[in-house]
Design a protein around this ligand. Structure first.
Ligand SMILES: C[S@@+](CC[C@H](N)C(=O)[O-])C[C@H]1O[C@@H](n2cnc3c(N)ncnc32)[C@H](O)[C@@H]1O
Length: 220
């Protein structure tokens, strides 16, 4: 059977998973990401973990449909389903709000392992996630922006460093995006529009907006 295509959002997550990784996909739902990674041969072991029974059922169906072995399905909240014996190397948490991803990371001790790669794809409030990462001893190792189904998103690779840092409001919004890149500029423009809708004359937000517009050379 021909390998199906992942959408741009999940494809960008997949691109940040390391070759040969032992993966957990938290909030896996349909399990398309681990199925695709196993089918493509990039990895040989994955855990699809979800808080809901129904998503796990649809994940199991996809594994059967695409004749994929090597996925374990686990039911539970966040990373509570993972044990040190699983020897996980890469963790994907995609398709949730930035604040939910931050909560999942904050509730796990396991993530404080410097060799782990975290691949995080917030659907909204990426600034909450980036603030959480730095304030809790993580750092971004790579960050990209992309358009999927007409919407602009960011995907972040991060690791635990143990150094807790306070980061600026601008950094929370731009992170390590390369602002020479068109997709990154598009993502920042989306964030500017969101802030404009919320600002209602708030001076601190106006100052933040000015700084962001300057960074991407956008006229007010
Ligand atoms: C919108 S789907 C995202 C599916 C897939 N990761 C993607 O990006 O396309 C979100 C999934 O996360 C699951 N979820 C939400 N909160 C969770 C939590 N605290 N722990 C584990 N799974 C969670 C939901 O049940 C749902 O299946």
């Amino acid at each position: 059977m021909k390998l199906f295509s992942l959408d741009e959002r999940l494809l960008n997550c997949a691109s940040l998973v390391r070759n040969g990784a032992r993966l957990v996909d938290v909030g896996s739902d349909h399990a398309l990401l681990p199925v695709w990674l196993l089918k493509s041969g990039k990895i040989s072991f994955a855990i699809a973990s979800d808080i809901g029974e129904k998503p796990l059922l649809s994940g199991r169906e996809n594994a059967r449909k695409y004749k994929v072995e090597g996925i374990e399905f686990r039911l539970g909240d966040g990373l509570s389903t993972i044990k040190p014996e699983d020897k996980i190397t890469d963790i994907v948490i995609a398709g949730m709000g930035g604040e939910v991803i931050a909560k999942i990371l904050g509730e796990s001790e396991l993530v404080k392992d410097k060799s782990l790669r975290l691949i995080l794809q917030p659907m909204s409030r990426s600034e909450d996630l980036i603030g959480f990462l730095y304030e809790n001893g993580f750092e971004i190792t790579e960050q990209k922006a992309l358009t999927s189904k007409g919407k602009s998103y960011t995907v972040i690779a991060a690791a635990y460093s143990g150094r807790k840092l306070a980061v600026s409001s601008v950094f929370k919004l731009t992170g390590k995006l390369n602002l020479e890149d068109g997709e990154s500029v598009k993502f920042i423009k989306k964030e500017i529009r969101n802030l404009e809708n919320k600002s209602r004359g708030d001076r601190s937000v106006e100052a933040l907006l000015d700084e962001l517009r300057l960074m991407i050379n956008e006229k007010n």
